[in-house]
Design a protein around this ligand. Sequence first.
Ligand code: ADP
Length: 417
Amino acid sequence: MPVKDASGTFSGYRASNRDITERKLAEEDLGRSRRALEEEIDRRRTAQEALAESEADLKRAQDVAAIGSWKLDIPGDVLTWSDAVYDIFGMPRDEDLHYGSFLEAVHPDDRDLVKRSWRLALGGVPYDIEHRILVDGAVKWVREKAEVDFSPDGSPLTGTGIVQDITRRKAAENEQHKLRQSLAQVSQLSTAGELTTTLAHEINQPLAAILANAQAARHMIDEPRPDLAELRETLDDIISDDKRAREVVQRVRGIMKKDGGAFERMEIAGLIQETVRLVEKEAFIRNVGIRMESDPSLPQVVVDRIQIQQVLINLLFNAMEAMADGGPDRGITVRSAMNDEGRVVVAVEDTGKGIAPEEAAQLFEPFYTTKQGGLGLGLSISRSIVEAHGGKLFVRPNPRGGAVFSFTLQAAQGSAR
Ligand code: ADP
């Protein structure tokens, strides 16, 4: 807009100048607010990304920990599960759920526990329990935490909780339990060995009585008119002493064969693997590596799993102990192969202190030990177990230094490959 001064002379385009200035200002304003907006958008995007990321993190963490969450609308009996819970329970995502559908999936033996806990929660006591569920017939373990929210008048409104799949942890605990049991059995066997000594003299007593009575009986029949009544009595004594000795032996046998000797047909490689797993932690602590080498074409064996495990555990512990003050390359190799006679041979090779030739014969004697606090029964018990399986346990030097303890087992009939 033309601007004139007081005299009316044109003095320029102030207005337009002002227009430009205003436009510029407006543009600047606009620019500022656009930038602010962009910044805001950026901020929100970052926040959203962070949120998405933390949600993803949470989901990942939940996936790793196999945790899911659930909510139960108590009055309406509508149960809502997070995806992870569907996965844990192995159910399709579109399944309509209510409390009963959850309860149905609970292992029948644990339903009482779950119901009791839920009743407590309805009474205002949150719970944190572990129970089993059945997923397509397979047993899974879950940890279940739950609590109930109440309306102001005290009636239960919603239950919320988390479910965690703890099947793997339970399996590990189970394994630990088995290890403890096995070790307990080893000590039971050792106790049985100690018991044998104590009981040996209990057997000696009847044996001595039998001998004395037998000699007496012989004198009696040498007499011209033997006292038959006394002879009968003496023979009865012999019989009852013999019975007593037999009972003592059976008692020891009973203790040695805790499990009643359940012989099963199995792959020796699997049994070795299972046993090595039991001592793995101990080996790790002692910095000993255990390698397994199995001939894949080995026939099956028929063994008492627990007893052969005892033998392997004894040999593995002896091997570890023989390497206690050894060098850095401590290692055990458990090899299974077939020998020339068609028997399965299991060898536990160590690189420990080895065995002096004059020592070799004594090792298997009961109570021979070079260890402080050793019982000297492991090898003698192992040998009797192997022999009860129709096999042999022997030792030879390891060409790489150390010792190799091997035992043979008969191949199961008709299982040669
Ligand atoms: P202990 O419980 O005392 O070890 P064992 O009957 O198992 O009883 O072993 C008897 C002895 O045999 C041990 O004290 C040890 O001197 C020797 N021995 C066993 N295994 C080995 C091995 N792998 N290397 C060297 N010596 C061994």
